[in-house]
Design a protein around this ligand. Structure first.
Ligand SMILES: Cc1cc2nc3c(=O)[nH]c(=O)nc-3n(C[C@H](O)[C@H](O)[C@H](O)COP(=O)(O)OP(=O)(O)OC[C@H]3O[C@@H](n4cnc5c(N)ncnc54)[C@H](O)[C@@H]3O)c2cc1C
Length: 229
């Protein structure tokens, strides 16, 4: 499947854009199962301002889909019409803040949040180690493992709507239920702030049984389907 190339037109409409726009880019390499067709346009914004600028100027008739690490997605062979947004390095920072908090960009893999928490002796965020996605996917899916889930740790999530407006959602605004988030579908989450608790530097933040952690990491290494929500 080859879609009509929209990139030249989009670049002409958005001369100040800094991120990468690619036509007919295969999504197979960007998803867990390594299958599926292309994105009509793949957009990788430089940072949040670039994403907002893009969405504000993108014609409303063009659909937008955001993907994270693609561990909860199966892309059809016909590909995805419109724009697929994938956040990259500019959204990958994980910072420890005062009060046993962690601020994470939504392209950061969940395991990076768990590792940062462990190194800072922050408890309550080890469950992220069990989820093979990135923070944006965890926000959207209310990802969880071993008795804890994103809603148990989230203070607030930040994102950009389809019109390019910056939005901030507190935990209640996310309307979380099991593997579901009730925040508006058009939001591209860009950042999350998580609350942990004082932990033990030796045990780190681990609240996952070692055997479970080992089995989880084996699952991560082999590309099979154990859980798709
Ligand atoms: C082997 C295996 C084990 C798994 N184990 C678990 C588990 O223990 N617990 C669990 O909860 N899940 C599990 N999952 C499912 C999956 O890993 C989670 O749902 C994960 O949170 C998805 O994150 P992702 O970055 O891969 O998102 P993707 O698969 O890329 O996307 C998932 C959804 O999130 C949306 N999304 C992604 N990024 C953003 C963003 N920045 N802003 C807005 N929306 C966004 C996408 O549009 C899509 O709707 C497992 C999957 C596999 C393959």
């Amino acid at each position: 499947m080859i879609f009509p190339d929209l990139v030249a037109d989009l670049k002409a409409r958005m001369p100040t854009l800094r991120g990468r726009l690619m036509a007919n880019q295969s999504l197979a390499e960007l998803t867990w199962f390594r299958v599926g067709g292309p994105a009509q346009v793949l957009f990788m914004p430089e940072d949040e301002a670039d994403l907002a600028d893009f969405l504000a100027h993108l014609p409303t008739a063009i659909p937008v889909v955001v993907i994270g690490l693609g561990s909860n997605l199966i892309v059809r062979d016909g590909g995805v019409p419109g724009v697929v947004v994938r956040l990259g390095r500019g959204f990958g920072e994980v910072k420890v803040e005062d009060g046993w908090r962690i601020r994470a960009g939504t392209a950061a893999p969940d395991v990076k949040v768990s590792r940062a928490a462990q190194e800072a002796a922050i408890a309550g965020l080890a469950f992220f180690r069990g989820i093979p996605g990135a923070v944006g996917g965890a926000l959207r899916m209310n990802g969880g493992a071993y008795g804890r889930e994103t809603k148990d740790a989230l203070i607030e999530a930040r994102g950009v709507d389809r019109g390019g407006r910056l939005r901030v959602f507190n935990n209640g605004d996310m309307h979380y239920s099991y593997r579901h988030c009730g925040a508006p579908d058009d939001i591209v989450f860009t950042q999350a702030l998580f609350q942990g608790a004082p932990g033990d530097i030796k045990r780190g933040s681990s609240s996952m049984p070692p055997a479970a952690a080992a089995s989880k990491s084996a699952t991560r290494r082999c590309r099979r389907c154990t859980a798709i929500f």
